[in-house]
Design a protein around this ligand. Structure first.
Ligand SMILES: [Zn+2]
Length: 150
């Protein structure tokens, strides 16, 4: 466990990664806003994100949990589900999340590690995937590929 916290501390480069340190909240802080620009790693064959992504977080403590109201701005590159072409679109993702050192396993709370750090990477990737439209069109008037080839 100690070894793991050392590794996390080394990578706690706030500003370039998507990690934030919340230890102030566990020693009494009630409210804090974060703005982070960070890089998201590749997570999907078809959906890519142009780095860096911008994240704004408004955090409020509620007992031993931290409530986050977040907004991510990202340019998402994906494939049109009608013509199959790659296209890029600027998107905003609003999300509400709960961070906890002891997440309720029945809930979708995100785990804060022993050192008070949370890595937003998985959370942000999940937001992108969940919010991708079922019909993801390069253009609302897209007619699709003429010969049907994608
Ligand atoms: Zn299209």
């Amino acid at each position: 466990m100690n070894r793991r916290s050392v590794v996390i501390a080394q990578y706690n480069m706030i500003g370039s990664s998507l990690k934030i340190n919340l230890s102030d909240f566990f020693s009494g802080q009630d409210q804090k806003d974060f703005q982070i620009n960070g890089n998201l790693a590749d997570f999907d064959d078809e959906i890519k994100v142009k780095n860096p992504v911008k994240v704004e977080l408004k955090l409020n403590r509620a007992d031993d949990k931290i409530l986050a109201a977040g907004k991510m701005k990202a340019e998402v590159i994906s494939l049109c589900s009608r013509c199959g072409k790659k296209f890029s679109k600027k998107k905003e993702f609003d999300f509400d999340s709960v961070f906890s050192k002891n997440p309720d396993p029945e809930s979708d709370e995100w785990k804060v590690d022993e050192a008070g750090n949370i890595d937003l990477t998985d959370l942000l990737i999940q937001e992108i995937i969940v919010n991708m439209p079922v019909k993801n069109l390069c253009n609302s008037k897209c007619k699709g590929a003429k010969n049907g080839a994608a």
